[in-house]
Design a binder for this molecule. Structure first.
Ligand code: CTP
Ligand SMILES: C[C@](O)(CO)[C@H](O)COP(=O)(O)O
Length: 233
């Protein structure tokens, strides 16, 4: 199923505390954003990559694209103050496929098979998101005092890429902008306009690199992937 992907990459990486955009941090000597871009580059179903960036960082992104010879055309589009605004700016640059994906630049371990499952589900249902069952016991608390233990069986930890029919995502973003709603993912905007969103079981390795310790997990996942690749060859 053909699609275009919007990759928001205009964050500041505040929780990483690296003093720069965390997507430039290297795992095994390669910047995080390169792993993410390579996955979509290599996918023949991906008909366009829209990378939303902080305009001040354009020379750095351009230099990375050149250094790592990322050949598929990558549209560099200015991001916004919040992730949602970055995605919205990306949406203005989609050129016409029926399906659009939104994938965090900070999730470098997405697998092609999951992308395929998501695009198929989005084609059928309108919107599809990857998620994994929550493993911890979740409690709701105020001022460190527990109010309740939340029933876990229906809780999912949501990831990206989130896949949508373009018309639905566009309407959801327009409505959110009109209503002043700010969500932490795109599916929440679609939920608000009453459209169906289905879950496709994701992968615990599809982590978002957010804080320092995620870099250790990332190194480990990369090693595991390389070992599996060698075993296949
Ligand atoms: N205004 C923003 C904020 C975030 N992002 C992107 O959205 C993805 C997920 O966001 P997150 O992990 O929160 O990244 P940061 O915003 O960089 O991190 P922090 O919240 O810790 O500052 C990242 O690829 C990030 O670059 C974006 O394009 N525009
Ligand atoms: C979109 C997302 O990655 C799904 O897990 C997440 O919601 C981004 O949120 P953050 O607050 O920017 O980490």
């Amino acid at each position: 199923m053909l699609y275009e992907v919007i990759i928001p990459a205009a964050g500041q990486g505040k929780r990483m505390k690296a003093g720069r955009n965390k997507l430039f941090i290297e795992i095994s000597n390669v910047p995080i954003i390169v792993y993410t871009l390579r996955i979509f580059e290599a996918d023949p179903n991906c008909r366009g990559i829209i990378l939303t960036i902080n305009p001040e960082e354009k020379p750095i992104f351009q230099s990375i694209i050149d250094t790592y010879q990322l050949g598929k055309e990558i549209k560099l589009v200015p991001g916004g103050q919040e992730r949602q605004q970055s995605v919205r700016n990306g949406l203005h640059n989609v050129s016409g496929t029926e399906l659009v994906l939104v994938h965090d630049g900070a999730r470098p371990f997405i697998e092609r098979a999951l992308i395929a499952d998501l695009t198929e589900a989005a084609y059928e249902h309108g919107s599809a998101i990857p998620a994994v069952p929550v493993k911890d016991t979740i409690k709701k608390a105020t001022n460190n005092t527990v109010e309740e233990t939340v029933e876990r069986s229906s809780l999912w930890a949501v990831q990206t890429p989130q896949a949508f029919r373009f018309s639905i995502l566009k309407r959801a973003h327009e409505e959110a902008e009109k209503e002043g709603y700010l969500g932490t993912d795109d599916a929440s905007l679609v939920e608000i306009i009453g459209e169906k969103v289905v879950i496709v079981e994701g992968d615990y390795d599809n982590i978002k690199i957010t804080t320092q310790e995620d870099l250790y997990f990332a190194e480990a996942i990369l090693l595991k992937n390389k070992r599996q690749q060698r075993e296949k060859e």
